[in-house]
Design a protein around this ligand. Structure first.
Ligand code: ZN
Length: 339
């Protein structure tokens, strides 16, 4: 065997045929076995991103925090993830969007961006020539979702409300995709799984971030962990557990995903609207099992007099509940998940 042939044979044998190439995002390359943190900039948008590029073939997992700027645990969890993954042991690619709504974060805003008063999770697939929030949505659609195989959009309860940790498993009428998405949702290890099929199935009117993935044939989950603008250690760890389980399910890390041993699966959500303006006081708390007709909250007027009682219209579990006193007629401060 001449020298050239032996070098060639060594290359073939030593470099697995499934080795990955560099991963390019907005024309910034991340080499195999490395971790790269940078900003993706386009128009008025600036997204802090980390790409972890494995050395061996595997899926592209897109993890996103801060679609709503006041939901903090996932932001901290993904910062830690960046430091704990060994790119040389990873199969595939992890793309982390550390904070999708930088303007909302610095503006301390609930859901809306202070730049255009839009909710990013209602503006997909976005418009690169539109308002700031529409541009963020377009960049996430065109540059991130287009490159991903699986997506987890990581949320929390807003600063004014509490919630029971849960994961939304969307379905869009594509049997294979819906089944894979449900398996992915179970693999997160979360106990409370909400089946969700209420978004449009038109990719050009996808509305939310995960539905933009779903309408493009890619499983897209939403997780809800933590609330009240807090950054509790247990919520950060719960977010990290979801991500580790997801990566094991996708064979990006060794080991098996740990499904919850007693999953609770809900097929619908029912929100209770206030009939009046005034002060809201919850009498139920998240995780309570309620029967139809049970009182879950009371409304008092500006003089402190009782004016309404909110009762559960269905039996189920209290999934989300407002904790802030101001309430307007028609607002829905309580959500019940129903099996
Ligand atoms: Zn959110």
């Amino acid at each position: 065997m001449d020298k050239l042939l032996s070098v060639l044979m060594c290359c073939l044998l030593c470099t697995p045929a499934w080795a990955l190439n560099s991963f390019k995002l907005n024309n910034i390359a991340t080499e195999p076995g490395t971790i790269n943190s940078f900003f993706v900039e386009k128009g008025s948008v600036n997204l802090p991103v980390t790409v972890i590029q494995g050395e061996q073939e595997g899926p592209v997992l897109l993890l996103t925090a801060g679609i709503h700027g006041d939901e903090f645990p996932a932001m901290f969890a993904l910062q830690r993830l960046k430091n704990e993954i060994d790119a040389k042991q990873l199969k595939g690619t992890v793309v982390i969007v550390h904070l999708a709504n930088l303007a909302g974060f610095h503006g301390r805003r609930i859901a809306l961006s202070p730049l255009d008063e839009k909710n990013l999770n209602r503006e997909f697939p976005g418009d690169i020539n539109g308002t700031h929030t529409e541009q963020v949505a377009a960049l996430l659609t065109d540059e991130f979702i287009s490159r991903a195989d699986f997506l987890i959009d990581m949320h929390s309860g807003r600063t004014s409300g509490t919630l029971l940790p849960h994961v939304y498993s969307p379905f869009v009428g594509d049997k294979k995709l819906d089944k894979l998405t449900f398996e992915f949702a179970k693999a997160t290890g979360m106990q409370h799984i909400v089946m969700y099929g209420e978004r449009p199935r038109d990719p050009e009117n996808s509305i939310s971030y995960p539905n933009t993935a779903m309408t493009r044939g890619k499983p897209g989950l939403t997780t809800e962990i933590g609330h009240l603008g807090q950054r509790n250690e247990e919520d950060i760890l719960a977010d990290l557990e979801v991500v580790h389980n997801a990566m094991k399910f996708l064979k990006m890390l060794p080991g098996s995903a740990k499904e919850n041993p007693a999953p609770e699966i809900y097929n619908s959500l029912t929100s209770i609207a206030s009939p009046a303006d005034g002060f809201f006081t919850a009498s139920a708390k998240v995780g309570d099992k309620v029967e139809a007709g049970d009182t879950v909250a009371r409304i008092t007027d500006y003089f402190g007099e009782p004016i309404a009682t909110l009762k559960a219209p269905v039996s189920g579990i209290v999934l989300m509940i407002n904790q802030s006193p101001p309430i307007k007629k028609g607002e829905t401060p309580v959500t019940i998940a129903v099996k």
